[in-house]
Write a protein that binds this ligand. Structure first.
Ligand SMILES: [Zn+2]
Length: 381
């Protein structure tokens, strides 16, 4: 067995009402509460905010987080927190509010300069106490040490460092019951991609990340379509939320790769939602990897299609790609880049931009050069 290292995630509270119960764990003093306007207007934060106030805390609300949050948004949240002398930070919502909350807690606590901490394990300071509550089952951001911010020219930069792992996370599936089908689909596919890319991650996969990735894929693939068809099905929603969290723990340790690297320019430049971007690139990248990752894909095929155990590894690998492709279609996602307004003329630029994601490309089971990336975008177009 290869030597390995595994970093656990936050302390976890799961179940109905867990977001409100989380309030009891938090320190006294003003709370920087980071969310977005949709989450607030749906009333999802009401119970937790009331619980924080019952505990005597002032809530300093920052509700201006947009999709693909920008550096300006992050720095505005930090500035608000500093002016109110907050003692802790809550991130409540999808990946965007959680990513902003993680870095805001870090910058407020450490006093570091953002432009000096991009990259892997560069940030080493002390952040403020931090709690995260996801309202989508997808990014797994509540489990990870990663925060992705959109910078000048649409380039996505990330801080990936252990101080960003939250102190607490609450998995409260009731918060996800109202998610519209297209959001359930895109975020669910994102989580499925996390589990697959963690399982085939070239450098850092290990027995624990493998176990988490396999269980994540079982929960996610078994419940995605049910959660879309029956949005009020709490069992399916709970399984999706746990699956997304386990996939987050897996890829915190065994990082994601080519699908994400090629998806990022679609979000950064064309503002497609992160999960949708991943769904659109999934088939092309898996086919590109099929030879290098054949045995691992064959192992995952047994999770999504248990009846295939008798087949050879090449057939199982092809079956996995086929099943995932069908899952994307059945989830209602229009499967081509052109369905989402991406002009074919943009492909060379997208491929150039994807090459900036070397932190991800190094984890792919086989190399993706710029010419490969162009070909993969063309295949997905
Ligand atoms: Zn993702």
């Amino acid at each position: 067995m290869r030597p390995f290292q595994f970093n656990p995630g936050p302390r976890l509270i799961s179940g109905d009402g867990s977001a409100a119960r989380l309030a009891d764990q938090l320190p006294d003093g003003p709370c920087l509460f980071v969310s977005d306007r949709d989450v607030i207007s749906l009333g999802l934060t009401d119970v937790m905010r009331a619980a924080l106030e019952v505990g005597g805390r002032e809530i300093v609300l920052f509700d201006a987080v947009e999709a693909d949050p920008s550096k300006e948004t992050l720095l505005a949240a930090v500035d608000l927190g500093r002016r109110h002398d907050v003692t802790h930070v809550v991130g409540f919502g999808g990946g965007s509010p959680m990513d902003v909350a993680k870095l805001a807690a870090y910058l407020l606590g450490s006093g570091d300069n953002l432009d000096e901490i991009w990259g892997v394990e560069v940030a080493r300071g002390q952040r403020l106490p931090l709690a995260l509550v996801p309202t989508t089952a997808g990014t797994g951001s509540e489990a990870t040490p990663i925060s992705v911010i959109t910078c000048e020219g649409g380039t996505k930069l990330a801080v990936n460092a252990r101080p960003l792992i939250a102190d607490w996370a609450a998995l409260d599936a009731g918060l996800t019951l109202g998610l519209p089908a297209h959001v359930t689909a895109a975020t669910g596919i994102d989580a499925i991609v996390h589990s697959i890319e963690a399982y085939t991650s070239a450098r850092l996969k290990n027995p624990l990340s493998d176990a988490l990735a396999r269980e994540a894929l079982r929960l996610l693939a078994g419940n995605l379509l049910k959660a879309i068809k029956e949005p009020g099905n709490v069992e399916a929603r709970s399984a999706m939320l746990l699956g997304a969290h386990l996939a987050g723990l897996a890829f915190s340790n065994a990082p994601v790769a080519g699908v994400h690297a090629l998806a990022y320019p679609l979000g950064g430049i064309h503002h497609l939602p992160h999960g949708l971007s991943n769904a659109l690139m999934l088939r092309a990248v898996l086919l590109h990897n099929a030879e290098a990752a054949r045995d691992l894909y064959a192992e995952l095929a047994e999770i999504v299609a248990p009846e295939c155990a008798e087949l050879g590894s090449q057939a199982r690998c092809a079956l996995l790609i086929d099943r995932l492709d069908r899952m994307v279609a059945d989830s209602g996602i229009a499967p081509r880049l052109r369905d989402h307004g991406i002009p074919a003329d943009d492909i060379p630029m997208l491929a150039r931009e994807a090459m900036k994601q070397q932190r991800l490309l190094v984890n792919n089971p086989c190399p993706i050069e710029e010419a490969d990336a162009r070909r993969l975008y063309e295949a997905a177009w």
